[in-house]
Design a binder for this molecule. Structure first.
Ligand SMILES: *Cc1c(COP(=O)(O)O)cnc(C)c1O
Length: 377
């Protein structure tokens, strides 16, 4: 039996255990300690752009904190990209706020500026001003930042950048995670670097970071006893996991190079399969290619490829099911153009882990070519 090929599995640098050893040596087995502080500083240095980073226990928690800091509460409306993982929008519901879903444009697969403005105008006409925009860098590809920024500024609505999978991506040399008022990174096991589970909230001021830390550590008032005037959360990252993060961050550039090389490999090996399309980088855009994706001509072809890979022990997954079609979200207002729905029907994420071997990669492309040949018979 050949070994299983996963979509995106953890890839250690080998230095993680040294950092963890320091944690054990100093006995800071807690959600506070040197590794945590140093991990945040390392991230701030990597992101530059005057970023202030708070390490938390998931990307989802970071999105929730961003909404809290923007004062989103019950009944507020939040505009959110539909073509994304459920975690982009779930925290809106945690606050009893109302998501309004926006479809994608087809150059980056992210927030359509046209539909975003249409939605804002519609809500304003109904006497409601949306409180925030959640823009996603899907699969590592940055969103159309200048167009979305222009609209956000025009209507004075802050942006939360869900850069969960986009660490190492950039637009015009500005790193993803720092493209908006708040940025969110995930260090889940399937992301480009991982702390097993974990995340980071990136904000533009020390003050915002301090507020985020307050909410992430149970909203403790200043007092010698436990005193609470607001609802807090237990969202801080563990010092142990921050040690893993420090080891992982030493190889982020190599991981980006490796994922980008995998994308190029697929493009080259599958170029004879005319029916397959790859998402190119618009000018000035640089994607970490967290996941390599293909578009096929139809749902049937996509399934044929996916099932053929599955039978070979190769994990591949359809692109995001748009949130506006998900049972938990389908009753909310959505501004659509069919782009996300088509990507979901025809698109497929291919194995993209930086630890894949050339042998693995040929196994994958050969399997796809064989499936497509059968398609033509
Ligand atoms: C992974 C991911 C998240 C959630 O991050 P967690 O760390 O798993 O909570 C949110 N949004 C997107 C787009 C993601 O890919």
């Amino acid at each position: 039996m050949k070994n299983k090929i996963w979509l995106s599995s953890p890839h250690m640098s080998g230095t993680e255990q040294n950092f963890i050893q320091e944690v054990f040596d100093t006995n800071w087995i807690a959600p506070v300690g040197d590794q945590l502080m140093n991990f945040e500083t390392d991230l701030e240095n990597f992101l530059g752009n005057q970023s202030h980073v708070l390490a938390v226990n998931s990307g989802t928690a970071a999105i929730h904190l961003a909404l809290k800091l923007l004062g989103i509460s019950k009944g507020d409306e939040v505009l959110c990209q539909s073509f994304t993982f459920c975690a982009s929008a779930n925290p809106i519901l945690y606050e009893g706020a109302i998501p309004i879903f926006i479809d994608s444009e087809d150059l980056t697969w992210n927030l359509s500026p046209y539909l975003l403005e249409k939605a804002i105008k519609n809500r304003l006409k109904n006497g409601i001003k949306p409180k925030a925009i959640i823009a996603v860098d899907s699969y590592g590809m940055p969103f159309k930042v200048s167009a979305v920024r222009a609209i956000a500024n025009k209507y004075e609505i802050p942006i939360i950048e869900d850069a969960a999978g986009a660490l190492g991506s950039k637009v015009a040399d500005i790193p993803c995670g720092t493209l908006a008022e708040f940025g969110v990174i995930s260090f889940n096991g399937n992301k480009i670097i991982t702390t097993s589970s974990g995340g980071a909230l990136i904000s533009t001021s020390k003050n915002m970071k301090a507020k985020a830390l307050f909410f992430a550590t149970q909203a403790r008032d200043v007092a010698s006893h436990y005193q609470h005037s607001e609802i807090g959360y237990n969202y801080r990252m563990s010092n142990v996991l921050a040690g893993i993060g420090r080891g992982q961050l030493t190889v982020i550039d190599e991981r980006v190079q490796a994922r980008r090389a995998i994308f190029e490999f697929y493009k080259k090996e599958l170029q004879g399969c005319n029916e397959l399309k790859f998402l190119e980088e618009p000018k000035g855009y640089y994607s970490n290619r967290w996941l390599s994706c293909i578009q096929t001509p139809s749902f049937e072809v996509r399934e044929k490829i996916r099932i053929a890979l599955d039978l070979e022990g190769i994990e591949a997954r359809p692109l995001w099911k748009p949130l506006h079609l998900q049972p938990i979200f389908q009753d909310y207002l959505a501004f659509t153009n069919g782009v996300a729905e088509e990507l979901f029907a025809n698109g497929l994420c291919l194995p993209s882990g930086s630890n894949l071997t050339e042998f693995d990669l040929f196994r994958i492309t050969n399997c796809i070519k064989k499936a497509l040949k059968k398609e033509q018979l």
